[in-house]
Ligand binder design. Structure first.
Ligand code: FES
Length: 107
């Protein structure tokens, strides 16, 4: 079981757990994290699953794909160092403890 923490725009921490092989977006939706709209259902075509990856976790994630990078340009206040589309991050045991902050709005 992978333990995650989502951080709402007001600083509220929302704990979540997930199994390896599901996406960070799916874990957020399962935990009812507000602000993860995921309008395209994880097809990498909407950018409404945007999160900011906290701490030193960005360097531990798989590289951003071309489609994800293009879509992040349309995300709300993207951060070149921390922004990711949560549907494109597949969870594994190596990501146990990951922390992700939800932007104040999507799109
Ligand atoms: Fe649409 Fe992630 S859910 S891009």
């Amino acid at each position: 079981m992978i333990t995650l923490t989502f951080i709402a725009p007001d600083g509220t921490e929302i704990p979540a757990t997930a199994n390896s092989g599901v996406s960070l977006m799916e874990a957020a939706r399962a935990a009812n994290v507000p602000g993860i709209l995921a309008e395209c259902g994880g097809a990498c075509s909407c950018s409404t699953c945007h999160v900011y990856i906290e701490g030193d976790w960005p360097a531990k994630l798989p590289a951003i794909g071309e489609d994800e990078a293009d879509l992040l340009d349309f995300a709300f206040e993207p951060d070149a160092q921390r922004s990711r589309l949560s549907c494109q991050i597949m969870l594994s045991d190596a990501l146990d403890g990951l922390r992700a902050r939800v932007p104040s709005q999507q799109g």
